[in-house]
Ligand binder design. Structure first.
Ligand code: NCD
Length: 295
């Protein structure tokens, strides 16, 4: 709910300064075990969840599918039951199947945090995105947010198009027809023309093409992608004055975004998103483990 989101954002605000200190150590998760079970590649999400747990004092174990018995044919259910038997206090999971986090949560005795499930949801990414936007603008309500790129296969778009309207933002989705959803959710505009969709936007959120989630052939039909759907300075001029550029990463410079624009701290909040990700994930780990800590 909007109240739940605001609560987590306020909790995260309290950790931003902490993360800027030379020594970042808080003991509230000392003695607790956090397992990060990643069945898909990750840089930002995995490292930030690991840092978040360690900064709170947890014992953090990273489990990677590439080196696990998943490679020997073990099912997701058996993997979850196995990890559960080791009595972790919190599990963070990323998986390529939609609904995997929910399925695992039903098997585990500890809280489970979804770090991205297929093309479904990526809730902590959407939360760190709204935290970044709220800090730049001081509010979410009334802002126009254009999300551009491979909307159809993006769990980042999936979670943001649910959370932003809850907080009063107007969301527009921009992309080629093959990468847009068939139906727009209520109140959300779909645009095939980037220049039309970006007009007056306060935030322009760019997304990578998710080649790994596409049926063969689709990615070969995209033609001059940068020319039609890449974010350049000229295109950004059509957005609201001072519009902020965002990208969850990993970005492909020259494909969906101009590299020099991505590096401009005046316009780009991309590294701020990464920084906010650590604070937000500390807040999530703190909040979900409160019942186990008697809080
Ligand atoms: C995204 C993801 O994994 O969904 N990355 C991230 O977590 N920051 C986006 C992507 O892979 O394109």
């Amino acid at each position: 709910s909007a109240d739940d989101i605001r609560f987590l954002l306020d909790e995260a605000e309290q950790w931003i300064e902490f993360n800027r200190r030379p020594r970042k150590q808080d003991g509230r998760l000392v003695g607790l075990t956090q397992i990060n079970a990643f069945f898909e590649n990750s840089t930002r999400t995995l490292v930030s969840f690991e840092l978040a747990g360690k900064r709170l004092g947890a014992q953090v174990v990273n489990f990677s599918a590439a080196t696990s018995s998943v490679k020997k044919g073990e099912s997701l259910k058996d993997t979850a039951l196995t990890l559960n038997a080791m009595r972790p206090d919190v599990l963070v999971i990323r998986h390529d199947a939609n609904g995997a986090a929910l399925q695992v949560a039903e098997l585990m005795d500890c809280p489970v945090i979804n770090a991205g499930d297929g093309s479904g949801e990526h809730p902590t990414q959407a939360l760190l995105d709204v935290l970044t936007i709220r800090r730049r603008f001081g509010r979410i309500e009334g802002l126009k947010v254009a999300i551009c790129g491979d909307i159809r296969h993006s769990r980042v778009a999936g979670s943001n198009m649910r959370s932003l309207p809850l907080l009063g933002a107007e969301v527009r989705l921009i992309g080629p027809p093959s990468l847009l959803p068939d139906l727009a959710p209520d109140g959300i505009g779909l645009f095939e023309d980037f220049d039309e969709g970006i007009a007056g936007a306060d935030v322009v959120m760019m997304l990578r093409i998710q080649h790994e989630r596409m049926e063969a052939g689709l990615s070969g039909t995209l033609g001059d992608y940068f020319g039609r759907y890449g974010l350049s300075r000229a295109r950004l001029d059509r957005a609201a004055p001072g519009a902020v550029v965002m990208h969850p990463g990993p970005m492909n410079r020259g494909v969906e975004i101009d590299g020099e624009l991505a590096d401009d701290p005046e316009r780009s909040a991309i590294l701020e998103q990464v920084e906010m990700g650590v604070a937000l994930r500390i807040a999530c780990l703190d909040v979900v483990t409160r019942p186990a800590r008697g809080g």
